[in-house]
Design a protein around this ligand. Structure first.
Ligand code: NAD
Ligand code: WQD
Length: 344
């Protein structure tokens, strides 16, 4: 039996891809997810890819007694990857308390339970959103944290502080904070991928839904930014590349390879891509046209941000390797699969 890892939010987009990579690397995976933004079928997808069915518990991480029972039922959990969170920026502005409760309480429950069950470490899903609009690009981990633009972004900043303060207070475990840039794409098998409920707020699901005819037209939010083509720039990272970084981070943490009890890594490609470049790339990679129009700026959007991933490259020995074209082709294959299955 491999080392046992708890993945909260493991039925979700990034968590499911990480479950696959952890199982491929020989870990034993236990997934806790309340299915608030996912579907139990995802567990079948993970099983079809890896040939191994991960343990699954439908449970809310805010339920502390329920979580305690999970640790008791699966003894010897060595590490946790905490993906479970609410993540829709717009919704967080409407329902801030839902976001603060869900994202903060679930983390605090885990941090309180870890010593009881001798868990060696926790990997926390943070975000490039903590940098706001950085003064220096590409942005590295030493850049200042800017005031959050949404309650969601604020939960990521506060969660990072909660983890840092807990480690500094001498907690008997380690932590790694991973700041993701913009995860996109799907597993190449198209067995798992991103499954947005309702009208997508993020670029790639809106784009693929437009390409397949569910949406009429993609709106490009602004072409008057101070960027080469006027549209916003992001660092789009392949979700499988991202998942693989978690496997390395987990090994490093539970085998205590670092001198530090807490570490923070950017996970990005190091390349900034504009919205218009991305549409071109999608059309080139798939041969499918994306009807689009330029509209006004979206409130709260950052003009441009991309990662300096050198610290993760050098220290974790991890690098994003998938091309943007291949990644967009995987997102398209997933959208086509959803159509074939009659899901969308
Ligand atoms: P997702 O919504 O697909 O996955 C999150 C999963 O957690 C879902 O399956 C949901 O049902 C579950 N969940 C939510 N609250 C829960 C709770 N209280 N108890 C149990 N399960 C719960 O999101 P994702 O894109 O896979 O994101 C995973 C993590 O990465 C989140 O913490 C998110 O904030 C962070 N992140 C995501 C992005 C992104 O663009 N996708 C970028 C940076 C950071
Ligand atoms: C990407 C680009 C839009 C939709 C959000 C969160 C952030 C992080 C990742 C978790 C932007 C443009 C989008 C559309 C468009 N999540 N766009 N038309 O805004 O970089 O980040 O997800 O931590 O916190 O804020 O991602 O996919 O929404 O947008 O032109 O219909 O696409 O303006 O430039 P974003 P996104």
């Amino acid at each position: 039996m491999g080392k046992r890892i708890l993945i909260t939010g493991g039925a979700g987009y990034i968590g499911s891809h990480t479950a696959v990579e952890l199982q491929n690397a020989g870990y034993e995976v236990v997934i806790v997810d309340n299915l608030s933004n996912s579907n139990e079928n995802v567990i079948d997808g993970i099983t079809r890819i890896t040939g191994i069915r991960p343990a699954f518990e439908k449970l809310d991480c805010n339920d502390k007694e329920g979580m305690r029972a999970v640790f008791a039922k699966y003894p010897g959990i060595e590490g946790i990857i905490h993906f479970a969170a609410s993540k829709a920026v717009g919704e967080s502005v409407q329902k801030p308390l839902l976001y603060y409760r869900n994202n903060l309480v679930s983390l605090m429950n885990l941090l309180e339970l870890m010593p009881e069950f001798d868990v060696k470490g926790i990997v926390f899903s943070s975000s490039c959103t903590v940098y706001g609009q950085p003064d220096i690009l590409p942005v590295d981990e030493s850049a200042p944290i800017k005031p959050a633009l949404s309650p969601y972004g604020n939960t990521k900043q506060i969660c990072e502080e909660i983890v840092r303060d807990t480690i500094h207070a001498g907690a008997p475990f380690r932590a790694i904070l991973l700041r993701y840039f913009n995860p996109i794409g799907a597993h190449p098998s198209a067995e798992i991928g991103e499954l947005p409920l309702g009208v997508p707020q993020n670029l790639i699901p809106y784009l693929t839904q437009t390409a397949i005819g569910i949406r009429q037209e993609l709106s490009v939010f602004g072409n008057d930014y101070n960027t080469p083509d006027g549209s916003c720039i992001r660092d789009y990272i392949n979700v499988v590349d991202l998942a693989k970084a978690h496997v390395i981070a987990m090994g490093r943490m539970i085998e205590k390879k670092s001198e530090n009890n807490i570490e923070t890594f950017n996970l990005g490609t190091g390349r900034g891509v504009s919205v218009l470049e991305l549409i071109n790339s999608f059309e080139r990679a798939t041969g499918v046209k994306v009807p689009h129009k330029i509209v006004g700026r979206r409130e709260g959007d950052i003009e441009q941000v991309w990662a300096n991933p050198e610290y993760a490259n050098n220290v974790l020995g991890w690098k994003a390797v998938e091309t943007l074209d291949d990644t967009l082709a995987s997102a398209w294959k997933w959208q086509v699969r959803l159509r074939e299955k009659g899901i969308m």
